[in-house]
Design a protein around this ligand. Structure first.
Ligand code: FES
Length: 129
């Protein structure tokens, strides 16, 4: 624990106090190349930490992910209707949006799961006997 205490109580304050941060706004214009180079690492660490916190706690910062990349992309909403009477014994419906035989599963979820680490699979509809 002593190395951590030394880092927090001695090394880090010494490092921060050695940074060429000017006392006035005009001082920023008098900094030399070496001064600016010395400011890059702490600036990068600060910006990186801020970015990580922003991504973790701001839900709107998360990317919007599309799941359907190819099924009926020319319409606003994909809705399929299958009459239960039309299902002979069982029907296997796709839930991964990768099937070439939409709305039925063609096993494409296997490649998707292998590629992405996902665990999606079809829904199997059967008749009660
Ligand atoms: Fe999509 Fe099987 S192909 S769930």
């Amino acid at each position: 624990m002593q190395p951590v205490a030394h880092l927090v109580k001695v090394s880090l304050p010494n490092y921060l106090s050695s940074l060429p941060i000017p006392d006035s706004i005009g001082g920023w214009f008098r900094l030399g190349i070496r001064d600016w180079l010395a400011l890059i690492p702490p600036t990068a660490v600060t910006v990186g930490a801020g970015y990580v916190v922003y991504k973790a706690f701001c839900p709107n910062a998360r990317p919007k992910i599309c799941v359907n990349y190819k099924v009926k992309k020319n319409i606003a909403k994909v809705v399929d209707t299958v009459e239960v009477e039309d299902i002979a014994d069982k029907a296997v419906f796709c839930r991964c949006w990768k099937s070439q035989n939409w709305p039925y599963c063609d096993g494409a979820h296997g490649a998707h799961n292998k590629e992405t680490g996902d665990n999606v699979g079809p829904i199997v509809v059967t008749h009660k006997k």
